[in-house]
Design a protein around this ligand. Structure first.
Ligand code: CIZ
Length: 362
């Protein structure tokens, strides 16, 4: 029963005290978020691990790549726990290390490895935070960098100072929307076609490419449409439409603004009371924002509920289970369940790519 689970979580957390920290992503269910010591986006949460260096266990209520990033940034003696190992990210899974390596080899064959007269290498790999540690490691090892939805433009500027072009993965929409906002024409951002045989990507558009996009997408954000925006404007004249940059380009173009989860939160918090917002992002977050801001009218652009189904795989039962295990009982010794670790050889390179991102920020 929900009340029982709530109580189990409270008791376990109180017993463990400072030994545990619970992190909750913005897209998590309310019954999970209410127990979080920190709530935030993936990167804010990974950084939050550093503010509790004495916690032996970090329970990450989010998805797999986020727990990996927390493991990269936390101390060596801290165990990062993902309450349900089935909580993955379908977008992150759309770029695997083997396919990206194969693409990289083909691009190297096509463009060579020699820097141009300004010292810029042929291609810089850029991975969105929503990717496996292996891909972050790939970027670290190959002169590349990580970005989040709030710093993608700054990171691409960093990349263009060092490279003639960028290979951007896994999210095509974040890559396209960001490159477009930087003035790069659409014909100079072709999509890599992983299904063509070797050499099949030597299409003319690759000759003039500035950003080579991967085919990944977020199954939640790709649901938003231009028609939904038109309907919101009709039913709520004066509505402010804000969408996430993981939405398709026509949707971003039709919105008033676009930005990361954190941008959306700050925009709503700064608006004069009585504002109306139609938001194109995950429903749990939109509903929470609506509850936190009764002074505004806030609704989700998609009238059919669009939760992040993999984030939903963490529910209060899993949280209670991993916390109870950390406490242990007289019969059952304390145990760390569902620990997420990144192998040392990958971790060093992945940290390098994350550090480059931090160094690139103003
Ligand atoms: O980075 C995150 O946590 C996600 C999924 C989106 C965002 O904009 O914060």
């Amino acid at each position: 029963a929900p009340a029982e689970l709530d109580e189990r979580i409270r008791v376990a957390k109180a017993t463990l005290g400072e030994r545990v920290v619970v992190l909750g992503h913005f897209y998590q269910r309310d019954e999970v978020v209410r127990h979080a010591d920190f709530v935030g986006d993936s990167f804010q949460l990974a950084q939050a691990t550093r503010s509790r260096p004495n916690a032996e266990a970090i329970v990450f209520c989010g998805v797999h790549f986020m727990a990996e990033t927390a493991d990269l940034l936390s101390g060596p003696d801290q165990a990062v726990i993902l309450p349900n190992l089935a909580a993955g990210c379908s977008m992150a899974d759309m770029a695997d290390i083997d396919s990206v390596t194969e693409c990289w080899e083909q691009l190297t064959e096509l463009y060579g490895t020699e820097p141009d007269a300004d010292g810029r290498v042929p291609v810089i790999p850029v991975t969105y935070m929503n990717s496996s540690a292996a891909l972050k490691g790939f970027c670290g090892e190959n002169g590349g960098i990580v970005c989040t939805s709030s710093n993608a433009e700054t990171v691409l500027e960093w990349a263009f100072e060092r490279g003639q072009r960028v290979l951007f993965f896994p999210d095509q929409h974040l890559g396209r929307n960001t490159a477009k906002a930087m003035g790069i024409p659409l014909e100079r951002m072709p999509m890599w076609n992983p299904t063509r045989p070797l050499g099949g990507n030597t299409a003319p558009e690759l000759d003039s490419a500035q950003v080579i996009l991967w085919h990944g997408f977020c199954s939640v954000h790709k649901r938003f449409t231009v028609d939904q925006i038109a309907a919101a404007r009709q039913t709520h004249p004066g509505v402010r439409v804000i969408v996430h940059p993981e939405c398709p380009m026509p949707v971003v173009d039709a919105a008033d603004e676009y930005g990361s989860t954190d941008y959306i939160r700050r925009a709503i918090a700064a608006a004069p009371a009585g504002s109306t917002f139609a938001i194109g992002t995950e429903i749990n977050l939109v509903q929470r924002l609506a509850a936190e801001h009764p002074e505004h009218t806030i609704f989700c652009l998609d009238p059919v509920v669009c939760p992040c189904s993999t984030m939903y795989r963490i529910h209060a039962g899993y949280l209670a289970w991993v916390l109870d295990a950390l406490v242990g009982t007289a019969e059952r010794p304390a145990a760390v369940l569902n620990r997420i670790t990144v192998a040392d050889d990958v971790a060093d390179h992945a940290r390098l790519a994350l550090e480059r991102m931090l160094a690139a920020l103003p």
